[in-house]
Design a protein around this ligand. Structure first.
Ligand code: PGA
Ligand code: ZN
Length: 429
């Protein structure tokens, strides 16, 4: 069998936060090779596949030598001779081998790097780019609409503001390249604004500015100012997308806004967010309430879901069963798709399929700890996911993904055309 796995090896490499992570390399009998690197989250959902880290004092406990050892002792031997083109069987084997519900024994990091590397090798073995291999016989997708971070906060920026991501979406752009051009202008304008106001403190984990704001809403008004200063019509050319990441500061229906020194009830939190959505051109909002606050998510979706996108990240953790449950109760109308939350590509795709079945939209997402690995871009294009979120518009672990989108724009028969806005929750007629 030409696509049989002949060799599987792991390499300890480094991520964008200067922490160790795992790269897996797969070689097939026909000489094809594939490799992939595990990313890492900081504001993780409690239902995610967990990474195996060493603990202890060295490198803040974040080393991955145990995961490397498990790979060599168990994963590599189990893969030998398996057919790389049967992704489902490979992933089933990985899940069985780990044997835990959260993949903590061998590590979600070891598993996702392996699962993605196998897909890369199988694609290479068939002489196809990954996106095309993943698309199978289906018509080629379009490049996804990018959501790009301008300001970082929350767990990614020393909690200078409570909410985590303030992003822009080029809702009026004709194609992918234009969406990037416009974002670059907003990013520059935002930098200038912050510098003039003396509010520029640093750069957050995903490359967005890390501002000194006195309230969460000030971040929103400054972003609106940056869109206008760059010469765009708010809401028509450039809109705002937020990741509240509310699980980081909310529990049991109470929300602690440290920046503003106040604690909100569930209802007050919903009202605050609805107020922002009224005053600013917000088209998408992720994790508006905490992962344990289904009641709040249902209330927010009922109030705003008809006109905007409400994404579950920590709440849905790229899990098909959770997506199906959310659809039943009416919480959120879109799912964030992060492969390492699921732990294997097969489970990631199952979450996407569940979303489609439920009429939910989807956004493929990178993590706050990233590398030069561009697999997520191929997943979005190959699986026909209409949106992509990989952080800001600086730093090469982010730009590698946007640049890969430009390359795919050239080779896709659809060119750089973006998905029709009317197919998205906020653009639906
Ligand atoms: P994380 O952040 O990778 O730290 O979880 C990204 C997000 O919350 O979407
Ligand atoms: Zn998130």
């Amino acid at each position: 069998m030409k696509t049989a796995i002949e060799r599987a090896a792991a390499r300890r490499v480094w991520d964008s936060r200067g922490r160790p992570t795992i790269e897996v390399e797969i070689a097939l009998a026909n000489g094809a090779r594939g490799r992939a690197i595990a990313p890492a989250g900081a504001s993780t959902g409690s239902g995610e596949a967990v990474d195996l880290r060493d603990g202890g004092a060295a490198l803040g406990g974040m080393d991955v030598r145990k995961a490397m050892a498990g790979f060599s002792a168990e994963i590599a031997p189990a893969l030998a001779g398996l057919d790389a083109s049967d992704q489902k069987a490979i992933d089933r084997r990985l899940i069985e081998l780990d044997g835990t519900p959260n993949k903590g024994r061998l590590g979600g990091n070891a598993l996702i790097a392996t699962s993605m590397a196998v897909a890369h090798a199988a694609a290479a073995g068939g002489g196809l780019p990954l996106w095309q291999y993943l698309a199978g016989g289906r018509a080629p997708g379009r490049v996804p609409l990018p959501e790009i971070q301008i300001f970082g906060g929350g767990a990614h920026a020393g909690r200078r503001i409570d909410i985590q991501d303030l992003m822009v979406v080029a809702v009026g752009a004709e194609d992918f390249a234009t969406a990037l051009d416009w974002t670059a202008e907003v990013y520059r304008a935002a930098g200038k604004l912050l510098a003039e106001q003396g509010k520029l403190a640093g750069v957050a984990d995903e490359g967005g500015f890390w501002p000194v704001f006195s309230s969460n809403e000030e971040a929103l008004s400054t972003l609106l100012g940056a869109i206008e200063r760059a010469g765009f019509r708010p809401g028509e050319d450039m809109a705002i997308s937020l990741d509240i990441a509310a699980s980081e500061f909310g529990k049991n229906g109470r929300y602690r806004l440290d920046r503003e020194d106040r604690t909100l009830s569930r209802d007050e939190m919903v009202d605050m967010l609805l107020g922002w959505c009224k005053r600013y051109p917000v088209v998408s909002i992720e994790d508006p309430l905490a992962e344990d606050d289904e009641e709040g998510l249902i209330a927010f979706t009922r109030a705003a879901g008809a006109t905007m996108q409400i994404i579950g990240d920590d709440f849905l953790v790229t899990n098909a069963a959770r997506v199906r449950h959310a659809a039943t109760v009416g919480a959120c109308n879109a799912v964030l798709i992060k492969p390492n939350q699921a732990g294997t590509l097969t489970e990631t795709k199952a979450a996407l399929d569940a979303a489609r079945e439920a009429g939910y939209s989807a956004v493929v997402s990178a993590r706050s700890g990233e590398t030069e690995d561009v697999t997520v871009v191929h997943l979005a294009v190959g699986w026909g996911v209409p949106q992509l979120k990989v952080g800001s518009f600086t730093r090469s672990e982010r730009m590698a993904k946007w640049n890969e989108g430009l390359r795919l724009s050239e080779v896709l028969p659809t060119g750089g055309a973006l998905p029709s806005r009317s197919s998205l929750p906020w653009g639906r007629p």
